[in-house]
Write a protein that binds this ligand. Structure first.
Ligand code: ZN
Length: 276
């Protein structure tokens, strides 16, 4: 099981250059790059070619871009933007060797029926998969465990993935999001491991379902998520690719980035080494 670092974990106390050097130093295998802020900031003073060269000459490799946000149930202008952004991500991904893009469903208080959501998500993902395919890039739906997210459980996301039925469309399993809207372990048990493109590891304070938000996240093993249940199930269904540390906790942003990167890896290994 490869260990990956998601840049959200040091969102306010680091940058891409620092994250790469510290992750390399502490033995991470992979990194998930935030395109919406960290990559933009990096490109103010560096080039894509320099980034490609870094990955060629170091152990750490790029795993996924985070994130193409709000892909479904958009108006024409919003959808056009999504397609242009995906095109850009695919071109950068091809240059640096990044093969995955995390795609996030629409978060809104506007009411859509489950049928409208599924129809839009399936249609859009088929079109986005066509754009990504020539680049060898896969799209992973990250369902978000908030009531306002149009796709907010593992079962709902997996149902869309099954309906799309494309090799390069799968699901991102974030343990926080899995717990936060009460995703069912039975749904994970029934899943095909080949359709799980990315696993985000974290934990959470014990607030009720529907009230949890990203800043309630804790280091793996320190909270209320049934991580043993999730990782034993992943092993059972044959998943063993990678796991990515992804926190959003303001308290950890006050730490030195190096401490967060070191602790994140230690806490993750303590949870997953029982199974992998
Ligand atoms: Zn996540």
């Amino acid at each position: 099981m490869k260990i990956c670092f998601n840049q959200a974990t040091t969102l306010e106390n680091s940058n891409l250059v620092k994250d790469l050097d510290l992750c390399e130093k502490h033995g991470y295998d992979l990194i998930e790059i935030r395109t919406m802020d960290k990559l933009k900031e990096y490109l103010e003073t560096h080039t894509i070619e320099e980034l490609a060269e870094y990955f060629k000459t170091h152990h750490i490799k790029p795993y996924a871009f985070n994130a193409l946000v709000f892909f479904n149930n958009r108006d024409a202008a919003g959808y056009k933007e999504i397609k242009e952004e995906l095109q850009y991500m695919c071109e950068v991904g091809q240059k640096i060797g990044c093969k995955n893009i995390v795609v996030v469903p629409l978060v809104t208080t506007k009411k859509f029926t489950l049928t409208q959501i599924k129809e839009s998500a399936v249609k859009v993902l088929n079109e986005l998969a066509d754009i990504a395919k020539p680049y060898g890039i896969r799209l992973g739906i990250e369902f978000v465990g908030h009531p306002e997210c149009t796709i907010n459980t593992f079962g709902q996301a997996y149902d869309v993935v099954k309906a799309v039925n494309r090799d390069n469309v799968g699901v991102v399993l974030d343990c926080f999001h899995f717990h936060a809207m009460g995703s069912r372990m039975e749904d994970l048990k029934k899943a095909d491991a080949a359709k799980i493109f990315n696993v985000h590891i974290d934990d959470t304070e014990d607030f009720p379902i529907g009230l949890l938000r990203d800043d309630d996240r804790l280091w793996p093993g320190e909270g209320a998520i049934d991580l043993d249940g999730i990782f034993s199930t992943l092993k059972e269904i044959g998943y063993s690719d990678m796991v990515s540390v992804e926190l959003f906790r303001p308290e950890y942003y006050t730490w030195e980035a190096e401490k967060a990167i070191k602790v994140g890896k230690e806490k993750t290994e303590a949870v997953i080494n029982k199974y992998f």
